[in-house]
Design a protein around this ligand. Structure first.
Ligand code: DQA
Length: 144
């Protein structure tokens, strides 16, 4: 089973960025934790991060071309206003889980709305890096 883990803008700054909200682990450390978990689940994971909307859309389309089985997507701030990423997820037939490190519904009001969620099979928010593992678990259940 092939799952693509896609992270959006400013997530390359994890570890440094607002650690009281996002924790102290770097993206590299989180990806390595995901990789270890994926191996125990016999899931083949690919990782991608970009600060640019177009690159995120290209990677989502690439997942379709590569016949990926699932996508775990943290669109970061694009969550709240990118109809283009919503449309990209809708354009492909790959089950996608939206993940947020922080509890977006317990934060500023602009973070409560996700324009991506309605294109996804589900949303996981507030469990820190564990959210990515939960998303892989959920995708495995849905895909099998
Ligand atoms: C985030 C939440 C977003 O509101 C924010 O813009 C991010 C990170 C999260 O993982 O908690 O960049 O997606």
């Amino acid at each position: 089973m092939k799952i693509v883990i896609i992270n959006g803008p400013n997530l390359n700054f994890l570890g440094t960025r607002e650690p009281e909200i996002y924790g102290t682990q770097t993206l590299e450390e989180i990806e390595s934790k995901i990789q270890k978990y994926a191996e125990t689940q016999e899931v083949d994971c690919s990782f991608f991060q970009s600060n640019s909307e177009g690159e995120l859309i290209d990677r989502i389309q690439q997942a379709h071309m590569d016949k990926a089985d699932g996508i775990v997507l943290n669109p970061a701030a694009y969550t709240h206003y990118s109809y283009a990423i919503h449309d990209a997820v809708k354009s492909i037939m790959i089950p996608t889980v939206e993940v947020h490190l922080s509890a977006i519904h317990a934060r500023e009001s602009f973070r409560k709305e996700s324009v991506i969620a309605s294109a996804c099979i589900g949303q996981i928010s507030g469990f820190g890096p564990t959210g990515y593992l939960l998303a892989i678990h959920a995708l495995k259940e849905v895909i099998k």
